[in-house]
Every structure is written in C-alpha cells, then in structure tokens.
Design a protein around this ligand. Structure first.
Ligand code: SF4
Length: 220
C-alpha cells in the first residue's frame, strides 16, 4: 500500500501518543521493531504507570536495578525516602547494608538484580495496601519472567508473604527453600530489620550461604 509522507507522520505521532497513554502492547511492539531490551521497555512502561494511588505521591518509580540476566534476584517491600529521591532500590542505610551482605557473599551489586514488590513509595513508609500490591504485582512477575533467575531471595516478612502467598511468620519462613516462579525462593530478614535487631545477622548469614550455594554451588 502506498503511504504518503503525511500519513506516515500521522501514524508515527499516533503510535507515540498511544505508547504514552497505553504503554504495554505499544511499547512491546516498539521494542520488537527497535530490538530494545524488553526489561528496559518494561521499566519505561512502569515509569509512566498510574495504576494505583501511589502514583500521586511518588517522586520516582523505583523499577529495579542490576543485571538483566542475573542468577540471583533480591526482592524487598517498597522504596523508602532515599530510593524515591534517587529512583534506585536499596540505596539508604538498609541498602548500604544489603550491598555489604552481597559483597560478603563474594558478589557485587552489579552481579545481581534488586527490586521491590511495589515500585512507588508508600507515604510515610506505611505497608503497601492490597489494591496497590495487586496493581503493581504484574511488573514484578514480568521482571522475574524476563530475568529468569536461579534464586530469588526475599527480604523481610512482607516480600516473603506476598511472593509465597502465605501469612506464615518470617521467623518460620526464613532459611527454607520454596519452588516458585521457576526459581528457588529463599526468604530472609530485611536489612532494615537487621539494623534494629543485630541478633538476626547470624541466621541471615546462614540464609545467604544457602542462597549462594543454590545459585552456583559455591560454598562461602
Ligand atoms: S506502585 Fe506500581 S502500580 Fe502503583 S503507580 Fe507505582 S508502578 Fe504503578
């Protein structure tokens, strides 16, 4: 079919408008066309997201960071104030402890992927509400699908209970191995909880040793 330059320009403008307004399928179509990284396209889609009320109060959408083909993914609860400011997960005091934990495992942050259950900061760091989790969960599930990690290490009660669909206490969940999302899921304590409860550092270290061994057989 012969398309005039005007018509092509109109179609291109319409597609860009739709990509902003209904980013999912259009963004994927653009990714296919341009050979883009699908994880980056999903991140761009999340950055325009208005699917729950947290969009009204956030400064940044904190989608996730790290290797797109990581063997190990850490999943926390939600961004805090510093993460909201920088748009990067786990960069506050708890994040610095997580970085040291990763290094103690013989890895660096760039080796792994880090994300949260919800991508926008709940005001005053309250727990995310069920409707916010339901709205945001597909992003995490698609992230996990694209990254296809060997191990998912959940950080804290909230991430473990949400990903495992359980109400069991973190003290009973931690250190165990669950088969979910095509990976081994190992819950452990949240670094923020370790800052308040240093006696939990020892069991957390045992969990991290298990995580590393499940990832690639390395004993630490
Ligand atoms: S928390 Fe998730 S669902 Fe809600 S606006 Fe942010 S990205 Fe969208």
């Amino acid at each position: 079919m012969d398309k005039s330059p005007d018509l092509l320009e109109t179609l291109s403008l319409a597609r860009d408008f739709l990509a902003r307004e209904i980013p999912g399928p259009i963004a994927r179509a653009k990714a296919d066309e341009q050979g883009d990284d699908p994880l980056a396209v999903l991140g761009a889609e999340a950055c325009a997201c208005q699917k729950c009320g947290l969009a009204q109060t956030r400064m940044s959408v904190v989608f996730g960071s790290g290797r797109a083909d990581a063997n190990l993914v850490f999943v926390g609860e939600a961004p805090g104030a510093e993460e909201d400011r920088q748009g990067v997960p786990f960069v506050g005091a708890a994040g610095q402890l997580l970085t040291r934990m990763i290094e103690a495992m013989g890895l660096v942050r760039e080796d792994v992927y880090i994300a949260n259950i919800v991508k926008c900061r709940p005001p005053n760091n309250r727990d995310p509400k069920p409707d916010e989790i339901a709205a945001c969960r597909p992003y995490l599930e698609r992230q996990l699908d694209l990254i296809a990690p060997v191990v998912i290490c959940t950080l804290g009660r909230f991430a473990a209970q949400t990903l495992l669909q359980t109400t069991e206490a973190i003290g009973r969940l931690r250190g165990r191995v669950f088969d979910r999302y095509g990976a081994k899921v190992v819950p452990t304590y949240h670094p923020a909880a370790l800052l308040r409860n240093p006696q939990w550092k020892r069991p957390t270290w045992e969990d991290l040793k298990l995580v590393r061994k499940l990832c690639d057989g390395t004993e630490i």
